[in-house]
Design a protein around this ligand. Structure first.
Ligand code: C5P
Length: 313
């Protein structure tokens, strides 16, 4: 076999409820993940030693050394299959990026998930999804969801997943990419600071975040209007404090008729829900003309998780 190519989606968080910081530095979350049809493609080929090449959207910002999350996933998989594949060969990972880097869309986590699926196939590792999910959870908080795709509730760091039973409604999204980046740890730290200040003024942070019943019922109904109204992200005020220009982007999308708007994950991408594919097309064109972001894209969800696209199965 020469190479295996895997396609992996970007993710949105329809709800992102963040608890207080834990002893290990992470935050307990309750989140509703939603995969959308903006994909990276990862190819794994046998090579003398592990390496990575990145092309496409924001490629120059992706580390090409051991810090690369996809290479860390390869190393984690090699360790996990040691018993059955004692001499798993080196691999060259080629990443064709369409998901912007450091944009709140879990592009790096997706690439790591894709690398797991590709190398499992390349080495004939024969690990099933439960085992891949376990390895993924160790590589990063969002990696497991990129394997699963669809719409799912995430707990813990976001790695404990329960697929959401929702009707097969397709939602139409417009993504506004920002002219800049946000670092996830910095956004969480800004949230902690905001909460510490608010705590001094008597505002309580819930000890454990809770799933939003209104959002889940909206998803069960398949009514985009209700889903748009129920979108929420605890990280949004922190992202806005670090990147104030995003306020204008969110306001512009809502003024142009979006059913809902929020910052994607830790940002700085802003996402808008549209009532139909046609409305999404109009919204994307108007947002692009409004000069409130670097570029726009349309995507629909839920999209499937990481899947092998070549060799054809
Ligand atoms: O797990 P991952 O490497 O993707 O997380 C990146 C950073 O985001 C962590 O180092 C941490 O600062 C923050 N984070 C968090 N709580 C989570 C997930 C991520 O504080 N549940």
């Amino acid at each position: 076999m020469t190479g295996v190519t895997v396609r992996v989606p970007a993710k949105l968080n329809l709800q992102l409820a963040v608890g207080p910081p834990r002893a290990d530095g992470y935050h307990d979350l309750v989140t509703v993940f939603h995969a959308v049809s903006l994909f990276d493609e990862i190819t794994a080929e046998p090579a003398g030693r592990d390496g990575v090449t990145v092309s496409g959207e924001g490629a120059d910002r992706v580390p090409a050394d051991r810090d690369n999350l996809a290479l860390r996933a390869v190393a984690a998989l090699r360790a996990a299959v040691r018993a059955t594949v004692p001499s798993a060969p080196g691999v060259r990972i080629t990443i064709a990026k369409r998901i912007p880097v450091a944009a709140g869309l879990a592009g790096g986590s997706g690439d790591a998930a894709a690398a797991l699926v590709a190398c499992n196939e390349l080495w004939n590792g024969r690990l099933g999804q439960p085992q891949l999910l376990e390895i993924a959870a160790r590589v990063g908080s969002d990696v497991a969801f990129a394997l699963l795709g669809g719409t799912a509730v995430g707990r813990g760091r976001g790695e404990r997943l329960t697929p959401a039973l929702a009707p097969a409604t397709q939602y139409h999204w417009v993504l506004a990419f920002a002219d800049g980046y946000l670092s996830t740890p910095e956004v969480y730290a800004a949230l902690d600071r905001q909460r510490t200040r608010a705590g001094g003024h008597g505002v309580q942070v819930p000890a454990q975040p809770e799933l939003d019943a209104a959002l889940m019922s909206a998803l069960r109904s398949g009514d985009a209007r209700l889903v748009g109204r129920a979108l929420s992200n605890d990280l949004q005020p922190a992202a806005l404090s670090l990147f104030p220009a995003l306020r204008k982007t969110l306001a512009a999308g809502l003024e142009l008729g979006a059913l809902g708007a929020l910052v994607a994950g830790s940002g700085p991408t802003c996402v808008f829900l549209a009532a139909s594919a046609d409305r999404a097309l109009d919204l994307a064109a108007s947002l692009s003309g409004a000069g409130v972001c670097r570029s726009v894209a349309r995507a629909s969800g839920p999209a499937p998780g990481a899947i092998i696209v070549s060799p054809a199965r």
